[in-house]
Design a protein around this ligand. Structure first.
Ligand SMILES: *Cc1c(COP(=O)(O)O)cnc(C)c1O
Length: 360
């Protein structure tokens, strides 16, 4: 086995190799303290500096100001945010709008229903979530509008978010967070499990508009209350310290690449290479998402038979291309090509796809 293979898993997923190597140093001796980053107090000056710098860099990458937005690093994954969001903001007799574009959106809806009315503002479930709806049936004075910016399982991505006017716009960006330039200032709350695109599992990033938190329901259990965490700059209790450290290294890596525009350009180039080869393959590799809804992060496709798909996935591993199996709920194949996937990885994949097609 080579020291490094190409990892197309959907999550936990590939990280920049330089980040992995740097993290290994911090695991042994963080900032020359003679202790691991996993061993130091989250109240130490060194940890606090790293933590605040990570928050600051994330906002800088997004083009947001610290005065307007707070960054929280919370445990419980993106899935806990499915329930924290309505707990805080879906107050009695209010309605929240949900745009349902995949399995993760459905899970978010399920939690919201524990707290209040849910209006499905749009859904593509009838066509197996193969596209992103363009029309939204929004509620006047909704508590918020929830979207899933990238649909990890089905390989679609929202290009045009609904125009919500004064209604707060929320997005689960777990699988494409910081992969493309967006007007992040349009959103009142963005959350993302780190393990897809910005770090290891164990932490979710929540970027939240400070003024909205003031309007949150007061009767929320302490640990699920955004006000709790915001008022303590996300250090109310012990944060997931090691995962945040790695997220911090990824933020520095993004800045070194030239920021989000440079990362987006690289992502366009990678996805362009893969999709254009698929489109030229005479339907041997058939994309499952409609073209104008295609994700730049998760590329989903089918081969002519399930047998060939199994063979493709197995031979991929023999060629040091890992994680090409589609999600168990949708089948087929999927190549996740997050920020950290180098262009060479996609080139290697396309070369393998060509050879596989010729041989089968
Ligand atoms: C993976 C994923 C989640 C769930 O994340 P956890 O951190 O495992 O809870 C939620 N939403 C999307 C879009 C995802 O890709």
């Amino acid at each position: 086995m080579p020291e490094r293979v190409f990892n197309f898993f959907a999550g936990p997923a590939t990280l920049p190799y330089d980040v992995v190597k740097e993290a290994a140093k911090g695991v042994v001796n963080f900032e020359n303290m003679g202790m691991s980053v996993m061993e130091i107090s989250h109240r130490s000056a060194q940890f606090d500096r790293m933590f605040c710098e990570t928050q600051k860099n994330m906002l800088e990458i997004m083009g947001l100001s610290e005065d307007e937005y707070g960054v929280l690093f919370l445990g419980g994954g993106a899935s806990t945010q499915f329930c924290a969001l309505p707990f805080n903001f879906l107050k009695d007799s209010m309605t929240a709008d949900y745009v349902v574009t995949g399995g993760w959106s459905k899970k978010a809806v399920k939690e919201a229903k524990f707290f209040g009315n849910v209006n499905i503002a749009a859904s593509s479930e009838d066509s197996n979530f193969s596209f992103i709806p363009k029309e939204f049936n929004l509620t006047k004075e909704a508590a918020y509008v929830h979207t899933t910016s990238n649909n990890t399982l089905v390989g679609t991505q929202i290009k045009d978010f609904p125009e919500t006017g004064d209604v707060p716009l929320v997005s689960d960006m777990s699988s494409d967070f910081l992969s493309r330039k967006l007007d992040f200032g349009k959103f009142s709350l963005i959350y993302a499990g780190a393990q897809k695109n910005i770090g290891p599992s164990g932490v979710a990033a929540v970027v939240i508009r400070r003024s909205w938190v003031e309007q949150a329901r007061k009767e929320v259990p302490t640990m699920l209350s955004y006000a709790t965490h915001l008022s303590k700059n996300s250090l109310f209790n012990t944060p997931p310290s090691f995962p945040v450290y790695v997220v911090g290294l990824v933020m520095k890596w993004i800045l070194e690449q030239g920021g989000i525009s440079a990362v987006e350009a690289a992502n366009n180039r990678k996805a362009g290479l893969l999709y254009s080869y698929m489109d030229d393959s005479n339907d041997f590799y058939r994309g499952t998402a409609e073209k104008d809804s295609r994700s730049l992060m998760n590329v989903t496709f089918r081969l002519p038979s399930e047998e060939l798909e199994k063979k493709f996935i197995a031979e991929g591993i023999e060629n040091d291309l890992f994680g090409l199996k589609g999600h168990r709920s949708v089948g087929g194949c999927r190549a996740s090509i997050y920020n950290a996937m180098p262009y060479e990885g996609v080139e290697a994949l396309v070369e393998f796809m060509k050879k596989f097609k010729a041989a089968n």
